[in-house]
Design a protein around this ligand. Structure first.
Ligand SMILES: [Fe+2]
Ligand SMILES: [Fe+2]
Length: 305
């Protein structure tokens, strides 16, 4: 895997990660406030004209944040599993990208420890229907299959890092976001910026070596999984905690124009990376990717998002 990967760029990222390792238990010792942690307009139900009491908004904001945080910890664990598998299969362990994979695994581990602290504070009560029964079983099998395909893994990593990046950017810019949450988001985004840069840098070489099945999965499976990641950030059980009908609200959120616009904005950079890496040609963007990102065959936006 050494050839065709821009080693200089990877070495720069290695140096940046080595320069300032941040332990969140030391650098971010604070905690969340008691009330609403995210403003109403940044919650998934924005635009649904819900009439809720102040207490319900506070509860909903905390349960939404907990749901997103749980999804984040699970995503980082899948990324770690996939990257660890790449290292286990790699012959050239001195290649700079292997060192970077180790940096990234270390950084994700620290992020996840901080996210677990957030969960401790939020103590969510919502039950996630996607974590149980047949849906839970299928998700587990899907995860096991996905980590074994390098191109698919890198594309899903891009998806799983771009989506929270936009959410955390929006939360960070809003004056009504909980101050500690803003600090958490700032810390996370600064390290994720390097991870995104790494995934974009690796993608052309990973793609050139990808198997036909892996390439097929990037075309057809990745857009579905990324859409699922976005839709499942806030699961139906969250809405039920404030007395809303869980599944009905979840479906309404999925169809809400504001939510669709947010999905488009969050996922277009992923498609941009695929186009830049030569995975797809402009004029030949696959249908599922067009739907995910709200673009046409050349990758141009079909809305104002
Ligand atoms: Fe992270
Ligand atoms: Fe990351």
């Amino acid at each position: 895997m050494v050839t065709m990967i821009p080693a200089d760029r990877i070495e720069q990222l290695n140096a940046a990660s080595a320069r300032r390792p941040i332990d969140p238990d030391v650098m971010l010792p604070g905690g969340l406030g008691d009330g609403q942690v995210l403003p109403e307009e940044l919650l998934s139900v924005a635009g649904l004209d819900l009439e809720l009491t102040r207490d319900q908004w506070a509860r909903l904001s905390r349960e939404e944040l907990a749901s997103i945080t749980e999804a984040g910890i699970h995503f980082e664990a899948v990324l770690t599993a996939g990257f660890a598998l790449l290292i286990a299969r790699e012959r050239e362990l001195r290649a700079p990208f292997v060192t970077y994979l180790l940096h990234e695994i270390g950084e994700e581990s620290r992020h996840s420890r901080l996210f677990v602290r957030l969960l401790d504070e939020l103590a969510p009560e919502a039950q996630n229907p996607f974590a149980r029964g047949l849906l839970g079983f299928l998700a587990d099998r899907g995860v096991r299959a996905m980590v074994g395909f390098p191109a698919l893994l890198y594309v899903l990593v891009l998806g799983g890092e771009e989506i929270p990046d936009l959410l955390q950017k929006r939360a960070g810019e809003h004056p009504d976001t909980d101050p500690f949450l803003r600090e958490v988001n700032q810390y996370h985004r600064q390290e994720e910026a390097r991870h995104l840069s790494f995934a974009r840098t690796m993608l052309p070489a990973v793609w050139r070596r990808a198997s036909p099945i892996d390439r097929c999965a990037v075309r057809f499976v990745a857009p579905c999984v990324i859409r699922g990641m976005f839709d499942l950030l806030v699961h139906p059980g969250v809405y039920a905690t404030v007395g809303l009908p869980g599944w009905a609200t979840w479906w309404n959120v999925r169809r809400a124009p504001k939510r669709i616009e947010l999905r488009h904005r969050a996922t277009r950079p992923v498609l941009g990376a695929l186009l830049a890496a030569g995975v797809f040609r402009r004029g030949d963007v696959p249908r599922l990717w067009r739907g995910l990102c709200g673009v046409d065959a050349v990758g141009g936006a079909t809305d104002q998002a």
